[in-house]
Design a protein around this ligand. Structure first.
Ligand SMILES: [Zn+2]
Length: 317
């Protein structure tokens, strides 16, 4: 039986919010079976909590924000992406501010933090959302879609009218049961365009953004002097974002996510469309002793991330 996971011990980090520019301390704490992923604001008179779910997403402008007013937490997607990759089902995330720290703009600092906390398997079956039928959402020429697939595949294409982007680096497809999220995706940083910075800042966004936590492009080129971490880092970051956005379900997905120019808003719309169409999915558990799910259970356990998770859980000590 594939089991639910939390962390073994509390860990803490601090940084600045990408959008509000404020310093924030974040503490990750173990949680009980079936508790899910819970964000907790501890900077107010009353402690405010919001549990991750597609309905909890209230704002998708330049980041994914959950909760409202006093419970609001912005820029959750890179941390959510790291939680998805490490297979963590239950965790409490305490923040003394309204935004998850941006760190270096990728999810690798969160992976390191989770490695420090160590993964703990719990005595309950992990639940997966199995995609049973095709479902798609569109917005003009942009689209995002789920298809049935024996694994977890993300197939993403971007297209920006800018000289740095070209067809050879605009598309990446990865099956995370065969390839490592840590190696292939986790170091890809967020990116932004110089021309948009003034506008964003006047709307209270990108105030913490800098060359230390984002790839910045002017009209012609990348400004960061140390260049890119992957030659197709932009589309890999869009995959990092999508993995985080899709984990708002609170469950790992068994299926193929395909997207063209999608973003936080469309990713969330796809989740809401999926949940409202019961014939397209079911909630399942995986067990190597069950003939119906043994293949997937074995693939999951032997996947690069599965192996990493076991190393992190101390299984291979
Ligand atoms: Zn991002």
């Amino acid at each position: 039986m594939i089991k639910q996971r939390t962390i073994q011990r509390s860990v803490q980090t601090s940084g600045v919010g990408l959008h509000n520019g404020e310093k924030v301390t974040m503490t990750l704490k173990p949680a009980e079976v079936d508790q899910g992923i819970v964000f907790r604001r501890v900077d107010q008179n009353k402690i405010n909590e919001v549990k991750v779910s597609p309905d909890a997403v209230k704002d998708t402008k330049m980041c994914s924000a959950i909760g409202q007013d006093t419970s609001r937490v912005a820029t959750v997607e890179h941390l959510m992406s790291a939680l998805s990759a490490t297979g963590i089902d239950n965790i409490i995330i305490e923040l003394n501010g309204s935004e998850v720290p941006i760190m270096d703009g990728s999810s690798i600092p969160f992976i390191y933090l989770l490695q420090t906390a160590r993964i703990k398997e719990q005595d309950a079956a992990k639940k997966f959302v199995l995609i049973k039928d095709v479902i798609e959402v569109k917005d003009k020429d942009k689209w995002a879609r789920f298809e049935p697939y024996d694994g977890f595949k993300v197939d993403f294409t971007i297209d920006f009218p800018h000289p740095v982007f070209d067809a050879s680096t605009n598309k990446v497809a990865l099956d995370f049961y065969d390839e490592s999220y840590i190696t292939e995706i986790s170091r890809a940083r967020t990116f932004g365009f110089m021309q948009e910075v003034e506008y964003l800042r006047s709307h209270g966004l990108a105030r913490g953004g800098s060359l230390d936590n984002a790839i910045v492009l002017d009209e012609y080129k990348i400004i960061n002097t140390d260049g890119l971490r992957y030659n197709d880092e932009f589309v890999r970051h869009k995959i990092l974002d999508a993995v985080g956005d899709l984990y708002m379900l609170g469950y790992a997905i068994i299926g193929n996510f395909k997207a063209y120019k999608s973003g936080h808003e469309l990713n969330n719309k796809l989740l809401l469309a999926l949940l409202s169409d019961k014939k397209c999915w079911s909630l399942i558990t995986l067990d190597s002793q069950d003939p119906k799910t043994s293949n997937l259970a074995t693939r999951y356990t032997n996947s690069k991330n599965g192996i990493l998770n076991q190393e992190m859980a101390g299984v291979y000590q």
